[in-house]
Write a protein that binds this ligand. Structure first.
Ligand code: ADP
Ligand code: MG
Length: 243
């Protein structure tokens, strides 16, 4: 039995908006095992980005718990939380936040540098992972010299390079064409499986679910459905392709 890499218990995040309180995340619980790739789907405004930001330790929940590798985020001081985020979490958000004056490869290696692992082996691995994402001829280009989709793939490489326990991606295929999107998510899935990481990908494109092990569906901040068998996941993904 593989270990639980991420555990969410009774998670709530409330925002006050124009005097009213809304629960962007409304009492959500789930677990993700090491080696498991999960899709988080749901309509716009259902709380996906809020959830991911809390899992990435970028936003504090109103109540509830997040445990990464058994460690409770809320129980740590800011210094330990920063260290855990740097070492154990990889993330890529819709805006990719690449550093403009570093090349593609340097951007990826930056994560290793933060963790004191920027050595020769790291250089080889960063080139390897960029190649697997179809960027072997773009290693030495600056972000401004790359297309939106290429930048997004660099951000995915950066999220994976330091072998974090948990990899979080918010709409990683948003600026990719369909064929490239399939390739990137397939590679993403392989990297999660091969390296025994826990992966969570937010997507509004159900076709991408064909590469995941489980689909969690959110609505109005709640988890309303979990699709867990390969057969049902394929039906969901292929149903989306037909429409
Ligand atoms: P999704 O990523 O699924 O589109 P979000 O997590 O971005 O959804 O948003 C969920 C809900 O929380 C929305 O109703 C949104 O307006 C609200 N929300 C998100 N962030 C804030 C914030 N900082 N302040 C107030 N409301 C917010
Ligand atoms: Mg969002």
């Amino acid at each position: 039995m593989s270990s639980i890499a991420l555990e969410v218990k009774d998670l709530v995040k409330s925002f006050s908006l124009d005097g009213a309180m809304i629960n962007a995340v409304d009492n959500v619980s789930f677990q993700v095992h090491a080696g498991e790739f999960v899709a988080l789907v749901g309509p716009s405004g259902s709380g996906k980005t809020t959830m991911l930001s809390i899992l990435a330790a970028l936003l504090s929940p109103t109540s509830g718990q997040v445990l990464i590798d058994g460690q409770d985020l809320a129980q740590m001081n800011e210094k330990r939380r920063v260290k855990l985020r740097r070492e154990k979490i990889g993330f890529t958000f819709q805006s990719n936040n690449l550093i403009p004056f570093l090349t593609a490869q340097e951007n990826v290696e930056f994560m290793l540098r933060l963790n004191g692992q920027a050595d020769k082996a790291g250089r080889v691995r960063s080139a390897e992972i960029l190649a697997r994402l179809g960027l072997s001829d773009r290693l030495h280009n600056l972000p401004a010299q790359l297309s939106g989709g290429q930048q997004q793939r660099v951000a995915i490489a950066r999220a994976l390079i330091h072998n974090p326990a948990v990899v979080l991606a918010d709409e990683p295929t948003a600026s990719l064409d369909t064929e490239r999107a399939f390739q990137v998510v397939e590679t993403f899935a392989k990297l999660v499986h091969e390296n025994n990481r826990a992966g969570i990908m937010v997507t509004h494109d159900l076709r991408m679910c064909q590469y995941v092990d489980r689909v969690l569906q959110m609505q109005d901040g709640k988890l309303v459905r979990a699709v867990e068998t390969k057969k049902e996941i394929m039906e969901l993904a292929h149903g989306a392709i037909k429409h």
